[in-house]
Design a protein around this ligand. Structure first.
Ligand code: ADE
Length: 235
């Protein structure tokens, strides 16, 4: 999979993809991540990436020209209908559809090339949405000062679901949300720490009992903190 990030703050991403699963996936060639500075795609002498909003109002709006040029540079067209199969252009904004595990899975399964546009300031010129964006995505109901942290969230959630990314010793199948509920609690050595014991069943070696305990605990936790998941309100 190829992921390209369009941003006015390329340094934000300097080291963030150099750790853990993402680093390993990059080194193994499972994912290739490109960071592109939108300023490089400006043509005016001030290299302007943003401008005041038509109609007045506070803040600045990201200009469309550098974004169109950056996309054209990556996919050789500025017409969404002509994008190669498996290409998704994602605008990160608080107005987008909410990002969920199921959305991450859909990207992992269907997309080959994902281009993430990090919005800024008051917004992005709407012509970007009209002509180029295939998916407008929000990572939650709060406003970030830009889409960069959201881009990191998407890259992580999508990359770890790619076949081979987690390695044979782990699996995403039991992650929170994969089964529509939260994950169960986990413990490792020592079996007793400052008077706190690891639940006996986990030390029993009885795999059927362990599985039953894990399912019960996962349900208990979901009931306690995320009733909405059980009611199917949040899918
Ligand atoms: N940019 C600003 N806020 C955002 C959010 N909640 N999700 C994605 N991108 C954003």
């Amino acid at each position: 999979m190829k992921i390209d990030v369009l941003t006015i703050f390329p340094d934000f991403f300097k080291e963030v993809f150099d750790f853990g699963i993402i680093r390993r996936a990059r080194l193994a060639g499972i994912v290739e991540i490109g960071i592109h500075d939108l300023r490089e795609f400006t043509t005016d002498k001030h290299r302007m990436v943003d401008d005041r909003p038509f109609g007045g109002g506070d803040g600045m709006v990201l200009k469309c020209e550098p974004i169109f040029a950056a996309i054209e540079n990556l996919v050789e067209t500025d017409v969404r209908e002509n994008f190669p199969n498996g290409t998704r252009v994602v605008l990160l904004s608080p107005q987008g559809k909410q990002f969920k595990q199921a959305v991450a899975k859909e990207f992992t399964d269907k997309a080959e090339h994902i281009i993430l546009i990090c919005g800024r300031y008051e917004g992005v010129d709407e012509r970007v949405n009209d002509a180029l964006v295939t998916d407008e995505i929000s990572i939650g109901d709060y406003v970030l000062s830009g889409g960069e942290p959201a881009a990191v969230v998407l890259v992580d959630a999508i990359t770890r679901l790619l076949p081979e990314a987690l390695g044979s010793e782990t699996s995403a199948a039991n992650d929170s949300f994969s089964n529509g509920i939260l994950d169960c609690p986990h413990y490792t050595r020592p079996p007793e720490f400052r008077g706190r014991q690891v639940p006996e069943v986990l030390l029993s070696g009885n795999h059927a009992e362990i599985e039953k305990w894990r399912q019960e605990k996962a349900l208990e936790k979901t009931r306690k903190t995320r009733q909405d998941l059980l009611k199917g309100e949040n899918n």
